[in-house]
Ligand binder design. Structure first.
Ligand SMILES: C[S@@+](CC[C@H](N)C(=O)[O-])C[C@H]1O[C@@H](n2cnc3c(N)ncnc32)[C@H](O)[C@@H]1O
Length: 219
């Protein structure tokens, strides 16, 4: 099926609240565990999370890696308000820096971070090249790149099935968003075709019934 774009930033308060309240523990802890397994040498330094939402992944990562500092950015003030209260409640304000910034053109100098992560941002972007160019610009040479997102199913019916299997009892706002996100998502094949030449060594593979994962290192 053709991609159906959804709004870029999550700025609707009801939508942001439903997302912030949802339980993504399994997927998000899986993200952190997989990152650590793939890049065990990364035990200190600075990590940038692009499109951090309510900051559940930065919080999990900061708890797992005690000597790492995390910068987490999002273009939505509403979403960042949830992130701020959760980071404060976790006692991690000294280690997780939350920034309102929107791709492209986030306000950091080139080669500023030791690793780059992102979950569920790419499907929001009309032009994916904006994302990959920021990845190339912001990480130090050799920096781990770890990006996960939804994979677009073959039909709206299959998308509906995934929503009912994975989120049957969730808030209707969240279910609606999940459905729209599946329709807006890129397939793994499309993602591979998006890599700029300098990122051709990145790997993109399907890791669940609804996710692909990109991993590798900057040149
Ligand atoms: C589906 S949420 C994912 C949040 C978080 N990474 C997670 O895994 O729970 C996507 C987030 O990306 C943000 N976003 C979308 N487009 C953006 C852009 N161009 N620049 C910065 N943030 C953006 C949205 O506001 C939203 O909070």
């Amino acid at each position: 099926m053709e991609r159906v774009l959804e709004p870029e930033l999550m700025e609707d308060p009801a939508q942001a609240l439903a997302y912030a309240r949802a339980d993504f523990a399994e997927v998000n802890q899986g993200f952190v565990d997989r990152f650590r397994a793939l890049f065990p040498e990364l035990t200190r330094g600075s990590i940038l999370d692009l499109g951090c939402g309510p900051a559940d992944i930065p919080i999990r990562l900061a708890r797992a890696l005690a000597d790492v500092d995390i910068t987490a950015l999002d273009g939505s003030d509403v979403m960042l308000a949830h992130a701020r209260s959760r980071v404060a409640a976790a006692g991690l304000t000294a280690r997780i820096r939350l920034i309102r910034a929107r791709l492209p053109g986030v306000p950091f100098p080139p080669r500023n971070f030791d690793a780059l992560i992102s979950n569920s941002l790419l499907h929001h972007l009309p032009d994916p090249d904006v994302f990959w160019q920021e990845i190339l610009r912001l990480g130090r040479p050799g920096a781990p790149v770890f990006v996960m997102d939804l994979s677009r199913p073959e039909s709206p019916e299959r998308a509906r099935e995934i929503v009912e299997t994975r989120a049957a009892k969730e808030d209707p706002i969240l279910k609606h968003d999940f459905f729209q996100s599946l329709l807006a998502a890129w397939t793994a094949e499309e993602v591979r075709a998006q890599f700029p030449p300098r990122l051709h060594t990145l790997d993109c593979r399907i890791v669940s019934d609804r996710h692909w994962l990109v991993s590798g290192r900057l040149p």
